[in-house]
Design a protein around this ligand. Structure first.
Ligand code: ZN
Length: 271
């Protein structure tokens, strides 16, 4: 499912495609995928102009000229696909369709229907629920150390908690821990300074490299132009159970932490 690099890639593509466009109509065919309820939603977004498209954690943030936002969470299989004017077939599984005044359109499609699109008023404090951005200046080594302090949760589970650090999911948590040589089950608060620094640097480096490659396409992730990412060819741990560790030559193991598959190398992730 899309994590920070994939959501960032999608948001960048959407920004190129829809900023400056005005929504002419909205059609919701699956009520549970929008908030507020469909008829209110459809009426509220009509006539809105797209001011900017960005990302916060794993949310795509579509800023509207009125100061409101469309917050989109893609969850498992959600897709936002922009189709130029004159496209005949709708993207399969489209549940929310926004048509712009130039007749281009944005399809919010979702096979498994866990994705959500929410219209947020300017004063709603939605962002309070979302942790620090790992690629921001705010995410200093001191901030990271303070977040880790006293935490007994396994570091891998801690890294997935969106209220602490926003945007990491299973793929990049496993990759960052591999890169830093830190064992995923290690209690977060027990990691000492040199390893904290390595992990902090690894989180940022893995995310930056994955953004540069337009994300990881393991399952069916594609960006807003329908293109696959390239980082799946660079993975060192995630999904590589039984394969040889590229650093130490031992076999990559898969264990379960908090119900999630966790890939790591017992040979070189000892800390
Ligand atoms: Zn290894």
């Amino acid at each position: 499912l899309p994590e920070l690099p994939e959501v960032e890639t999608i948001a960048n593509g959407l920004a190129r495609a829809i900023v400056g466009k005005t929504i002419d109509s909205a059609v919701v065919s699956l009520p549970k995928m929008v908030f507020p309820e469909p008829s209110t939603f459809e009426r509220a977004v009509c006539g809105e102009c797209v001011h900017a498209v960005g990302r916060r954690g794993k949310f795509i943030v579509i800023s509207l000229a009125s100061g409101r936002f469309l917050l989109v969470h893609l969850r498992m299989t959600g897709r936002l696909i922009v189709q130029p004017a004159g496209t005949i077939d709708l993207e399969p599984y489209t549940k929310v369709l926004l048509t712009f005044t130039d007749s281009s359109r944005m399809c919010f499609a979702d096979v498994r229907q866990f994705g959500r699109m929410r219209l947020v008023e300017p004063e709603e404090p939605w962002v309070a629920e979302v942790g620090v951005e790992p690629l921001s200046e705010e995410f200093s080594i001191e901030r990271f150390a303070a977040l880790l302090a006293g935490r007994t949760t396994p570091i891998k589970v801690f890294l997935l908690d969106q209220r602490r650090i926003a945007g990491l999911g299973n793929i990049y948590a496993c990759e960052a821990l591999w890169e830093a040589g830190v064992k995923p089950s290690r209690p977060a608060g027990s990691i000492r300074r040199p390893a904290q620094q390595r992990l902090h640097a690894a989180i940022q480096s893995v995310l930056r490299r994955a953004i540069a490659m337009r994300g990881t396409s393991i399952d069916d992730y594609v960006d807003s132009e329908g293109l696959r990412g390239g980082f799946q060819n660079q993975l060192n741990a995630y999904g590589r159970e039984g394969q040889t560790c590229s650093r130490c030559g031992k076999g990559i193991k898969r264990t379960i932490l908090a119900q999630r598959g966790t890939w790591w190398c017992p040979g070189c992730q000892k800390i």
